[in-house]
Design a protein around this ligand. Sequence first.
Ligand SMILES: [Fe+2]
Length: 156
Amino acid sequence: MPGVILCPGQGDPIGVPSVPAINWDQSMATGVDAVDDWNKKVIVWLNTLLAAMLRGKGQMEIHDLLDQLGAFTAAYFAHEEECVVRHKCPAAKKNAAAHDKASMLLDSLNAEFERNGATAHLTVRIETVLMRVLTGHMKQIDSGLYPCVQAFGKTV
Ligand SMILES: [Fe+2]
């Protein structure tokens, strides 16, 4: 999977598998520092959530992380949508539609957690589907803001 790396030796005792993680890279850059910072924070949330699930952290911790990720992405999406409109980015509608789909995905993951807890199936869905959707969105849609910022200048 592109963009996925293994992070060996991050404090894991011998015998505990390394946690797959995603790192922000320049292909996700929007040219707006605030938006890039938010994207980086979303990635940190995702990595933290996934690490907690893979390490078998408590249900309450997983619940809190899912809640925080949902609240954070809702605020982040709203802020970014304002930014895209302000920079007259032609991808504004596509961006908003993708945010709606990602929000629905997060809701379905939360619902699955409420029904079944932090199962292996949910972990795999977060690792493969949510991470791919959000990082793909950053690379394929959010990065479309970059040429608009270059053309119109930063307004943030
Ligand atoms: Fe976006």
